[in-house]
Each structure stands twice: as structure tokens, then as C-alpha cells.
Write a protein that binds this ligand. Sequence first.
Ligand code: ZN
Length: 189
Amino acid sequence: MNRFFTIFYIMKYLLFCLILSACNSQPGNTVPSLSSSNAKNYAPVSDSIVPAQYDAAGKLIRFEKTDAAWKSILSEQEYAVLRHSDTERAFTGDLWDNHEKGIYTCAGCGLPLFSSETKFNSGTGWPSFFQPIKPEYIHVSTDTKYGMVRDEVSCARCGGHQGHVFDDGPQPTGLRYCINSVSLNFVKN
Ligand SMILES: [Zn+2]
């Protein structure tokens, strides 16, 4: 009798595992549960500008994807930085020393976040800007990781982590948006 129950429970466990693995192997582009009423599912990661769109109430329409979907379309480093707030090593990115004229877009959704007109050499090894293209394109929140209190900067449309903002930047704003190269794409003018 005991043996029967042992086999029964093993079978039940295996069935449970099978169901779990089936759930996890769903394709990445399944429709996520949307946290924002005006959010919509968004397909491509773009290396060109994808202009902001607004709903009838004038709110920026957000792009949302499941974590699995982001993982399937971003590179390993983009995923770590954009979706899990990792930081690239200083002086390793491809944009900190870029002096061309153009627009820096979110590497996750193509929203134009910064212009070369507001980029400056901060000496930090990360692309640095004194203001975003529009304040509403940037979301600033408090980050208390590593025992520090910092203002974290993310893309207001897809929520992708960009970097941090500090108050030791140049005029006219006095701000320094310290951004990961990997969070940005550059679109030359
Ligand atoms: Zn974005």
C-alpha cells in the first residue's frame, strides 16, 4: 500500500514538473499582464527613432513586454543593464567618447532620450548629458542599492534602466545624467 502511494506521489510530482516546464517554454511574445491601462505590447527593439505616442488623455503610451520576451530580443548585456539595472564598466561602452551629432535613443524601445547637443565630457567613462530631450521621456526613481541613495533614470516608455542622475553637472541645469552606452543606441543626424 505504501509503495502504491509513493509511486502515486512521484507520478504527481513528475506531472507537476511537466506542467511547470511547459509554462516556462512559452514563446517570448505572449501578451503580458499589463500594469498600465494605456500600455501596449511592443515588438521590435529598434536602432532608429521610434517617436512617442500619446493616448487620448495625453499620456505617453507605454511599451510593455514580459521578462522572457525582453530576454529573447535583447543581447545578454542589454538585458542585464536595461531590465536588471546592471552597470557596464566605465570606459568600455561604445558611446561615452562619441562626439558625432545625433540622437541617443533607448536601446529597448527607440524613444529619443538625449541629444548630442546636451552631451558633455564628464571624465567618468559613461555617456553624460545635462538634460533629456523631454523630461517626460525619463522616469526618475530612488535607488538604494549598494548602501547609496541615488536617483535612478529609466526610459519612461519601456521602463529600461538607463543610469543615474546627479546634481554635479554643468550649467544650464547643473545635472549629470550618467547613462550606460549599452542602454542607448545612437542615430546620427
Ligand atoms: Zn525605452
